[in-house]
Design a protein around this ligand. Sequence first.
Ligand SMILES: Cc1cc2nc3c(=O)[nH]c(=O)nc-3n(C[C@H](O)[C@H](O)[C@H](O)COP(=O)(O)OP(=O)(O)OC[C@H]3O[C@@H](n4cnc5c(N)ncnc54)[C@H](O)[C@@H]3O)c2cc1C
Length: 296
Amino acid sequence: MNTHPTLPEFDYLRPRTPAEASEFLARHPGEARPFLGGTDVLVRMRDGFLTPRFLVDVKGLEGTNDLHFDPKAGLTLGAAVSMNRVIASAEVRTHYPLLAEACRSVASYPLRTRATVVGNLCNASPAGDTIGACLALDGVLHVYGVNGPRQERLESFFLGPGKTRLEPGDVVTAIHFPLPPKGCAGMYLKLGRNQLSDLSIVGVTALGHPDASCPSGHRFRLALASVAPVPLVPVEAEAYLASHPITPESLHEAARLAADACSPIDDVRGSARYRKLMVRNLSATALAQVWTQLTG
Ligand SMILES: Cc1cc2nc3c(=O)[nH]c(=O)nc-3n(C[C@H](O)[C@H](O)[C@H](O)COP(=O)(O)OP(=O)(O)OC[C@H]3O[C@@H](n4cnc5c(N)ncnc54)[C@H](O)[C@@H]3O)c2cc1C
């Protein structure tokens, strides 16, 4: 065992504009990697899983350090905004408490001073703790690529563990959230092996809000972490709750449908069977608590 792990050699670049960053990354596919907090990239390099020739620091690009709330348009979070800044923002805590709660579940305070929400999304781990909140809150990524700026919806962003729709030359500059649905309530329940600094065995995000267009009068969003190759949205469970009266029984049935939608693996954190059972239990708990908040 190597008791003094070190980083492999690399060149460090700090481009001044998104175009410069994008052009360099596109010119060095597989060799150059963008990074923000580096809490995934540097650890994977130290452990020998990544050996990029170039690390491209994108924290200095214009707008990437901005956290801006507009009461009409919603929240824009620059890519370089740390999770602790998200948690500390009064506007996030007032209008997007689910996002603050998801950030707070990540590791420890020191790690969150560097780790970013955008890095968590781009890392595309099925265990990423902030991904469920970003999906439930309809986050849209602002990406600068070789053909200029574009937007990427999160629902089609994740392709597999560590794989996203991002191409060489793409730099995410921000994530935008529209105004949350009126009267919404949300919750993130994370099951880890200990209270601090562990990835989830299972993570359940639930967000509900009144919606007169649904037969049930309410719409729920659910997102599940660590139970499939990509962060999973159990659409059958969501559709069930939209079309059936909300009762303790229908909430349990939706939790069962959520567990059915999962295809977890056995790993060091837990067995597939345990994960499925915990999805059912945590989904039932999260949905019941969201329902209490909506009706209480
Ligand atoms: C001790 C420890 C505990 C952890 N605990 C948790 C936990 O509890 N929950 C959890 O979810 N995660 C956890 N993590 C993982 C990590 O901290 C998070 O995924 C974090 O959000 C990554 O953000 P970052 O800014 O550090 O990303 P980085 O490491 O900088 O980048 C992550 C990935 O995104 C790519 N990338 C970065 N910026 C961009 C960009 N602008 N455009 C395109 N691609 C980009 C990088 O190339 C890399 O592949 C832990 C990590 C450590 C070391």
